[in-house]
Write a protein of this length. Sequence first.
Length: 348
Amino acid sequence: MKRKTLAACASLAAAALLVSACNNNSGGGGGGKIVGVDYPRSDTDFWNSYIKYVPQFGKQLGLDLKTTNSENDIAKLTANVQTLIGQGVKGVVLAPQDTAAVAPTLSQLKQKKIPVVSVDTRPDKGDVYMVVRADNKAYGEKACKFLGDTLKGKGKVAMLEGDLASINGRDRTDAFNQCMAQNYKNIKVIGLPTEWKGDVGANKLQTALAANPDINGIYMQAGGAFLAPTLNVLKQKGLLVPPGDPKHIAIISNDGIPEEMKAIAAGQIDATVSQPADLYAKYALFYVKAAIAGQKFSPGKTDHGSTIVAPRPGVLEDQLPAPLVTKDGSYPGSLKSTDPSLWGNQIK
């Protein structure tokens, strides 16, 4: 398929024309197909937002959705996939939080010729039709540069790490550490493993602040899990003060949930990287419909502001844009926290 045709097929805005525009390459359409979607969890604001977007875009694409929730448990994910197979799904959207343990489930789906789209995470092994996520290494790099510049290259930063069993946790952690080591040698990074659990993050932050009262920066790898617990800890310690106050701790987050936008506007945190919950739902469903229809894609730029890459042989990943967000948008490359284009300012 030529690149121009690929670009045309990659636009959700042209989804209604998908069959007619691409049938010459696929031999069939995907309308009215039964699609299974497993929600990875519903205990964070980010994933609850994603869950709200899925039926909205499923309806737009004419898909019959069957949904389950694996609650961050790989055993439940495996069982849920069995349920979806029994319901006759023609394609599956997953967001495996343990990116290594999902391999046997992917193998089973491949044997049954059921295409899989992985959203937010990329499985360590196994075949998937498309991975829909953002460049998580860029998350870590953006967080590093923002904090490094804000702190003028000096101080201590506590990093609330995600689960290192997840490629997202590994990508964000490794990129942040490497960037700091290369560019801000006078900043000490204190890594706090959390497994994406807010209570664990809060307890470890309490301990870190007690041992290091000179911490002047925090990187939260998931605002949906860590924002409220972190603000509570700082409030208890009298450290929840606005920028300009000598006790202010510079904070950058990842997710872009509405609560982060409000916290930035209020001066409670300084920045976030907006992980596109809306686009994750939108393009995960777009690609699973395309998979059912037999579409083919190749690495390169898309017409929806992203780039398809090949992170390993046989696997494609559509890396969706994830902008840096600050209060006034004055930091290079950042958007204002009130920018109406941000999904965190749109969701009700």
